[in-house]
Design a protein around this ligand. Structure first.
Ligand code: CUA
Length: 314
C-alpha cells in the first residue's frame, strides 16, 4: 500500500496551498505578537511597581496603551483581510472541462458517484476517490442523514454535508499521491471511523481506473466463487449492497461492484485484506460498534465462498 499523507501543511493543490499560506501568515503574526507581549510583561515585572506614577508618566502610559490598541486593531483587520481574500480565492475555479463528483455522507461511510454527460459512463463507488492530476474537480456534497464534513487536509479546507442541501467545492490536485480524508464534523458513534482516501494519479491512469469501474462485476471463474456470488445474491448482502451485473441491487450500503480495487474496508477502518474482511463480515459490530451493517450469520463455508467471490471484484 502506498504511503498515505494527511497534512494541511503539505499542500498538494492550489486551494490547499493558499490555505497553508494563510496558516503561516497567522502563525508568524501570532508568534511575533506573543513574543512582544511576553517581552513587555518581563520588562514590567523587572521594573517592579513604581511608587510614584507622576502625572507626565501617567500621560505617557495612556499614549502607550492607545498605540498598542491601534496596533492590535491594524493586526486584526489585516488578518481578517487576508482570511477573506483567501476564502474568495479558493471558492471557485473556472473550468469548462471540470470533472464532477457527487459525494454523499452516510453514517458512517461515503458514497461517491462520478457523473458524466453520457449516462452510461456514470458509475458509483465508495470511500475512495480517484482524481486526475492537474484537472479541476467539482465535488458536490450532500448527506443522507446527519451533518458530516468533507475534509482532505492536503487538498482543501472542510466543507459540510448538510441534509436537504447541496454544497460544492472546487479543487485541483497537482501532485500524485494518496491523501487521507476524513469526516470532520461529529456525526455519531463511528464519526472517527468515517475516513476515505483520495488517489491522485496521472490522467491516463485515472482514465484506466474509470474505465474499469464502469464495467459490471467480472464473472466467477470457479465453483467456490460461483457459490460466493449466489450467497451474496440470495443472502443478506443483497439487501444493502449493489454488485452491478448480478442480482444484488441494494442501495443502503456501499456499492461493491469493484470492491477488491479499494484499499480499505468499513470507510478506512481496516485494510482490505482477507483476514480483516472475514472479521468484518462475520461480526461488523466488533470492528465498528453502531455501524449499520448487522452480523450476517453466514456459515463458515458460505463466508469462505463470499470472501473468494469478493476478491474477484477488481
Ligand atoms: Cu460523518 Cu463525522
Amino acid at each position: 500500500m502506498p504511503t498515505i499523507i494527511q497534512s494541511a501543511l503539505h499542500p498538494a493543490g492550489p486551494q490547499a496551498a493558499q490555505l497553508a499560506t494563510l496558516w503561516w501568515v497567522m502563525f508568524w503574526t501570532c508568534t511575533v505578537v506573543y513574543v512582544v507581549v511576553l517581552g513587555f510583561l518581563i520588562m514590567a515585572l523587572r521594573r517592579g511597581r513604581s511608587r510614584d506614577l507622576e502625572r507626565p508618566a501617567a500621560r505617557q502610559l495612556t499614549r502607550w496603551v492607545a498605540a498598542a490598541a491601534g496596533v492590535t486593531l491594524v493586526i486584526l483587520v489585516g488578518l481578517l483581510t487576508v482570511s477573506v481574500t483567501t476564502g474568495r480565492a479558493i471558492a471557485s475555479l473556472s473550468a469548462p472541462d471540470a470533472l464532477t463528483i457527487q459525494v454523499t455522507g452516510n453514517q458512517w461511510w461515503w458514497s461517491v458517484e462520478y457523473s458524466h454527460p453520457e449516462p452510461s459512463l456514470r458509475f458509483t463507488t465508495a470511500n475512495e476517490l480517484h482524481l486526475p492530476v492537474g484537472r479541476p474537480v467539482r465535488i458536490l456534497l450532500k448527506s443522507s442523514d446527519v451533518i458530516h464534513s468533507f475534509w482532505v487536509p492536503n487538498l482543501h479546507g472542510k466543507i459540510d454535508l448538510i441534509p436537504g442541501r447541496q454544497n460544492q467545492v472546487w479543487l485541483q490536485v497537482d501532485r500524485p499521491g494518496v491523501y487521507r480524508g476524513q469526516c470532520a464534523e461529529y456525526c455519531g458513534l463511528q464519526h472517527a471511523h468515517m475516513a476515505f482516501s483520495v488517489v491522485a494519479e496521472p490522467s491516463d491512469d485515472f482514465e484506466r481506473w474509470a474505465t474499469a469501474q464502469r464495467q459490471p462485476a467480472p464473472e466467477p471463474s470457479n465453483a467456490l466463487e460461483q457459490k460466493g456470488r449466489e450467497v451474496v445474491e440470495s443472502g443478506p448482502c443483497a439487501m444493502c449492497h449493489t454488485v452491478r451485473g448480478t442480482l444484488a441491487g441494494g442501495r443502503f450500503g456501499p456499492e461493491l461492484t469493484h470492491f477488491a480495487s479499494r484499499s480499505t474496508i468499513a470507510a478506512g477502518t481496516a485494510p482490505n485484506t482477507p483476514g480483516y474482511l472475514a472479521g468484518w463480515i462475520a461480526d461488523p459490530q466488533r470492528m465498528k460498534p453502531g455501524a449499520r451493517m448487522p452480523a450476517t450469520g453466514l456459515s463458515a463455508d458460505e463466508l469462505q465462498a463470499v470472501l473468494a467471490y469478493l476478491s474477484t471484484l477488481k
